[in-house]
Design a protein around this ligand. Structure first.
Ligand code: C2E
Ligand code: MG
Ligand code: MG
Length: 580
């Protein structure tokens, strides 16, 4: 505005206004807008003219709403009305961030601080304004960075928790279902190892994008760990269930990813939890939804991965039971409450001749009864109890066998089962030989049974362990042959002393032509490689006869004897001897 305009305003208003130094008003870098108590523009400085794009003449006497959008102006009007009535809060010092409106109707972010000027009987309001669009954008950018994962642009864990609260509340208000899917990628580590972390990062970005394409704008997508994502969706349509959502997410991963010309397959385990009807919210707390879906995802992973599991409270009960069983097993191992039973092995055409014993673990879990080793051994393995258990088994088996030999009852090797996990430990041979030495049992009176699947995990380590054991005189047999990835090449690569044909092939004998062929094949193979064969699970005379006819010489099974505790084994041996 010009000096004349300014003087006119001053003259029209109050004589005191003339004392305002015009030069300062005009030179101020921030825009200054002066209105009367009705919100009518009385003066604007040069910076304000530049900011809003108006000349003073165009604005003189106009309502402040010209410079601010309607919504704000309405509030401002109310504010002014109460101000005039003397009941509103004082405007002096009030600071606001609002939207400014330029002459060309474009909007921008505006910071305004208001001062009062009481001149005689008149109240004038001075607004000092500046454009904060860039500042706000920067602030938004910083907020985004703090709340999102920089790699995938998914929200981070902290934000997910906050937004999930809102989602649960919204779903409750609108009586909608809410589904939460926890996704854990199955093979990212392998990609990182084989192709480097840059490739791993690109995979995460691509997968986040695939997920995003399955979601609507209201759904939440978060990355909550290295290779873990969470999706939250309110079920707008009743027929859409959590499992539908999970299936969509699962299926969108099926096509291989193509990154830098390399085709990669990524699989995932997905866990789903739902908040069935959030209005009657005895449904889980938001964080519980994440915990439940995570738990279900873990079950999917445990079942082999690359699948979906839905949370159901029974799962948690089963897991609690397993946890309790684990604690009882831990206690039983430390108190040496497990038992070793021995199943004799026989020369098939001379049933009184015992050629060996197989040590088999037994655990009587108090009131819960007998637990199969096929149940408690994996439990021990998964929870770090196997080393203690192996030490106990080998020590016990060596001591019992030595007692039998020294008593002159029986002088044969005792076979001890080793899980693949234990057999592949680097210090396995050292630990085993130390126990055998301490036991005083001759090394050639011990045999180790290991399954093929275990041996195949690391052929080189297996070959080394087998050779070391054999050089000490300890025999090594391949157990359950035929149930894993059995192939003649395993037998060629690994110098086993004995091959144990699994009982599944004996069970249907002699009626199953396929099993007959398989067993014949194994016998021929072992014969050509010079490996001894033991047939497991012989239960009937017919099975025995068939095996004998095929030239199989050694076997074990209920036909001869069930596994027996030492107290029963000794009379059993004596009785067999008496038959000779
Ligand atoms: P495995 O080593 O193949 O042991 C043979 C299994 O077949 C034993 O089951 C035995 O009781 C059973 N069996 C023997 N003869 C017959 C028969 O005629 N008919 C039938 N139906 N079954 C027969 P068990 O004792 O329940 O052991 C199961 C598996 O648990 C063993 O299979 C072995 O893999 C594992 N295991 C047992 N004890 C130990 C141990 O001390 N350490 C390790 N790592 N694993 C063990
Ligand atoms: Mg065995
Ligand atoms: Mg077996």
């Amino acid at each position: 505005m010009t000096r004349e305009d300014f003087d006119k305003l001053a003259a029209n208003a109050e004589p005191e206004l003339t004392s305002i130094p015009y030069a300062i008003f005009e030179a101020a870098a921030d825009a200054i807008v002066i209105t009367d108590e009705w919100g009518q523009v009385q003066a604007i400085n040069a910076a304000a003219q530049k900011l809003f794009g108006y000349g003073f003449a165009e604005l003189a006497g106009a309502n402040i709403s010209r410079l601010m959008p309607e919504a704000y102006a309405a509030r401002h009007d109310q504010c002014l009305a109460s101000y005039r009535a003397g009941v509103g809060r004082k405007l002096n010092g009030m600071v606001r961030e609002l939207q400014g409106k330029r002459k060309d109707a474009s909007l921008f972010d505006l910071h305004v601080s208001v001062g009062e000027l009481l001149l005689g009987g008149r109240q004038l309001l001075i607004g000092v304004c500046y454009d904060i669009s860039e500042q706000l954008q920067l602030r938004q950018r910083l907020n985004h960075l703090a709340s999102h994962d920089t790699l995938t642009n998914c929200m981070n864990r902290r934000t997910l928790h906050a937004r999930l609260q809102e989602h649960v509340a919204l779903a409750a208000a609108q009586a909608q279902q809410l589904a939460l899917v926890f996704i854990d990628l199955d093979g990212l580590k392998v990609i990182n190892d084989n192709h480097g972390h840059y490739m791993g990062d690109q995979v995460l970005v691509a997968i986040a994008e695939r997920f995003r394409q399955q979601l609507c704008s209201e759904d939440l997508l978060a990355r909550v760990g290295g290779d873990e994502f969470v999706v939250v969706a309110r079920q707008i349509a009743a027929e859409q269930t959590g499992i539908d959502l999970a299936t969509r997410l699962f299926e969108c991963l099926q096509a291989p990813l193509s990154i830098d010309g390399i085709s990669l397959n990524v699989r995932a385990s997905l866990g789903v939890s739902t908040c069935a009807n959030c209005t009657e919210c005895d449904s889980p707390a938001p964080d519980q939804l994440i915990i439940d879906a995570d738990f279900a995802m873990y079950q999917a992973k445990k079942a082999g991965g690359n699948r979906i599991a839905c949370f159901n409270p029974v799962m948690r009960i089963a897991q609690q039971r397993e946890q309790q069983r684990l604690e009882r097993l831990r206690l039983a191992i430390s108190r040496e409450q497990l038992q070793l039973y021995y199943q004799p092995q026989f020369e098939l055409n001379a049933p009184q001749r015992i050629t060996g014993l197989e040590a088999l673990l037994r655990w009587h879990d108090g009131p819960y009864g007998q637990v199969s080793p096929e149940v408690f051994i994996p439990l021990a393995e998964q929870n770090g109890l196997m080393s203690a258990l192996n030490t106990w088994v080998v020590t016990r088996a060596c001591a019992d066998n030595r007692a039998l030999i020294e008593a002159g009852l029986l002088d044969v090797p005792v076979a001890v089962n080793m899980s693949g996990f234990s057999f592949m430990q680097g210090d396995f041979v050292d630990k085993l030989t130390a126990i055998v030495r301490d036991s005083g049992l001759a090394a050639n009176r011990l045999e180790i049974e290991v399954t093929e699947t275990a041996a195949l995990k690391d052929i080189e380590q297996a070959r080394l362990n087998i050779a070391q054991l054999q050089s000490l005189g300890i025999r090594v047999s391949i157990d359950d042959f035929g149930t894993g990835y059995s192939s003649p090449s395993t037998l060629r690569a690994l110098p086993f002393d004995t091959l144990k044909i699994d009982q599944v092939f004996i069970r249907e004998m002699p009626n199953s032509a396929i099993d007959q062929a398989i067993v014949k094949g194994y016998l021929m193979l072992a014969d050509s490689l010079g490996i001894q064969v033991i047939a497991e699970g012989i239960e009937t005379r017919a099975q025995l006869d068939y095996l004998l006819a095929q030239g199989c010489t050694v076997g074990q099974g209920y036909w001869y004897s069930r596994p027996l505790p030492m107290t029963e084994l000794q009379p059993f041996i004596l009785a067999r001897r008496a038959e000779v």
